[in-house]
Design a protein around this ligand. Sequence first.
Ligand code: GZL
Length: 325
Amino acid sequence: MILNRRKTLTALACASLAALVSVAPGMAQAADKALTIGFAQTGAESEWRTANTDSVKAAATAAGVTLKFSDAQQKQENQIKAIRSFIAQKVDVIILAPLVATGWDTVLLEAKKAKIPVLLESRSVEVKDPSTFATFVGSDFTEEGRRAGKWLIENSKAMTGDVNIVELQGTVGSDPAIERKKGFEEALKADPRFKIIRSQTGDFTRAKGKEVMEAFLKADGKKINVLYAHNDDMAIGAIQAIEEAGFKPGKDILVIGVDAVKGAFEAMIAGKMNVSVECSPLLGPQLMQAAKDVVGGKKLPRWIKTNEGVFPAEVAAKEFPNRKY
Ligand code: GZL
C-alpha cells in the first residue's frame, strides 16, 4: 500500500498520542451538531463504484448528514474543483476518493488551511505532508494482489510448462492499480513458470476491459493461460472477448478478478470466472463515524482498513444470496 511504511509509523505515533489526547470539551459539542460533508467521488466506472456511492449516501442519510456529492467523471481536475467548492461552502468534512495517487498536495493544503479535515476513501494518495488528510478508509490493495497470486499458485499445479498471464490493470497511476500489480508479482516471483506476457490498463471499466482483451487475444490467443484483472468489471468485459474469440473463459483461460461484485458471482456460477478477491465498497458507515470523530476532536488511525476474503467459483452459488453489493 502506498505510504504503507509511513502509515505504520504514523499509526504508532497516533496510537500513543491518542492515549494522551482527551477530547477537548469545546470540540466535543461540535461532534453532536448535524454535519455537512462534501464527497468528491471518482465517477461511476464500475459496479464497485456504484455500490460505494450508494453506501456513502445511505450512511449519510442514516446519520442525518447533509451530503454534497460530486461525480468527477474520472477526471482529477474535476475532483480538485469540487474540493475547492466544498472549501468555499465551508463544509465540516471533505471525503475524497482520489482517482489517482499524485497531484493532491496543493488542494489538500488549501483544505488544511481552511481547517476542514479530509478523509480519503477507496484509494490513498502520495503527498509530501501526510497531515493534509486525517485517515484512509479502504483496503490493502497489495494484499489483494498477493491473494490473487496465491490463488493462481494453488490452482495451476496441474499446468505443465510456462503459465502465460495477461493483466488488465486498473486506472493508470491509481493506488489500487499500482498495489494490486505489485502484490501479484510479489506472490509469483519465486516461480519462473509464471510469466506476465502482456499488461495494459483497462481503466477499471467493462468496455475497456473487453477492448484490451480483444487486442491481447489477437496478439497471443492460444498462448494465454490466465487473465488477471484488477477489478471484476474488466474481467467481465474480457470474458465477452474471450468467448467471441472462440475460447472458453474459466477453462481455456483462467479468469481472476478483484472486488467480488455480484457480476463476478454470476460469472463464476456460469463457469466463466474462477475467483474474485474481495474488496468491499461498503465504506459509508465507517466514513460517517470517522467524520463525527474527527469533528469531535478525536485522533483517527492513519488507515481504517477493511477486512476481506477470497471467493473461488466453488463457493459462488452458496455465497451469492449473502452478498450485499
Ligand atoms: C478499490 C476501488 C477500485 C475498485 C474498482 O478501493 O478504488 O476502483 O477495485 C473501482 O472496481 O473502479
